[in-house]
Design a binder for this molecule. Sequence first.
Ligand SMILES: [Zn+2]
Length: 468
Amino acid sequence: MAVPGSAKMMVGIEVHVQLSCASKLFCGCPVAAKGAEPNSATCPTCLGMPGAKPVLNRAAVEHAILVSLALNCRLNRTFMFSRKTYFYPDLAKNYQITQYEVPVGEAGFLEVDGRKIRVRRVHLEEDPAALVHESGASSSAYSLVDYNRSGIPLVEIVTEPDMGSPAEARRFLDSLLTMLNYLGVYRHGESVLKADCNISVEGGERVEVKNVTGFRAVEDALASEFARQHAMVEAGAKVVRETRGFDAETSSTYSMRTKETEDDYGYIADSDLVPTEVDDAWLASIRSRLPELAQEKASRFMAQYGLKEYDAKVLASDKGLAAIFEECASIDIAIASRIVSRELMGILNYNRLSLAGTGIKAAGIAGLVSLIKAGKVSERNAKESLIKYAIEGVEPAGFLSGSGMLIDSGESDIEAAVREAVAENRQAFEDFRGGNSRSMNFIIGMVMRKLKGKADARRVQKVLEGLK
Ligand SMILES: [Zn+2]
């Protein structure tokens, strides 16, 4: 949806990220996989039974600290948990354990396209249970509750209202996801990122659009909400402070309630949990696990390998592809960069595959890069072998030699084939002599067909030009 031009918009986002922990935030229940038997991963604590006491998951704290460090936050070395009170069937205790007064991290930023988007806070909290409506939320006669999700560790990342367009919000989320994947803290593939978006236009109140699922939906929800608010301001109406929902099917927002404030939840300190202290040794061990992140990696690729900014950024946007590139760069930087950032990434995107979902290993790509460098494989066959590798997991070198696609034509084979092709296509040859490059490509194509693709097209062209 297009955004009206002139008016200024301000967007802040709260993103909820499920952490990749083995157990829940306050009990030893496993974090059950999607599709697990409902209510099979529960215990008195995550079911909110009287007398059950929470015990904080150390790994979840470490994940939240890693996220805070990567977002350049100031760490609170002593932090605490609070109870956010509300009644809903997804919340067995009638309160959610979260952080209010003192979160894990505060006052950070994430740089997106050279602009700093400020991060207000990073805090830990437990996921509520999941409500299940078997025939859709509006037509089901009853709700089912699955407490497997109750207590799964989440980090909530809250930004300042620093984004000025739906597209910028989308880029922020993309960069955030890249960062989370680098850190290895996100429950990738098992959960979708959920966001609450705050949006206001000049002269209007702030509106919150709740529970938007997926990045594309965030961009759509913001565009639709901006158009609504902008039209109201233009018409002289007042945008009121409220909470709205987003209907992805109609791509529009709808009013849910006039906005409550955080104070309405009646936060109180959780008396079952003592304050957590992060001592120097613990912090040092967490800090040592902080990897080189995408932006640093892109800068290093430019400095170390002389890559163009665009290629360096594309390669660094995926931790796995970046690692493959680095392994292959020792063979040939230019070929490695082209094969990984253009060809391989294009094939993965086209087939909607993620690198982790394929059998691709650095050694397999390195084998192909070596063959290309040695002039043993035509571009077309190289690409075909990559597609085979991505989709079927067949290594390129083995595939190319097994199907007779490696270049083994000697100079005399090429010459014979060129002479044959010229004899069969006199007119095209005359046109080529006259400077027609399409005719040249046509003859090269005929020669390649005669040689079954097992020749280097540049060598064929050289021989052909020798006959001019
Ligand atoms: Zn439990």
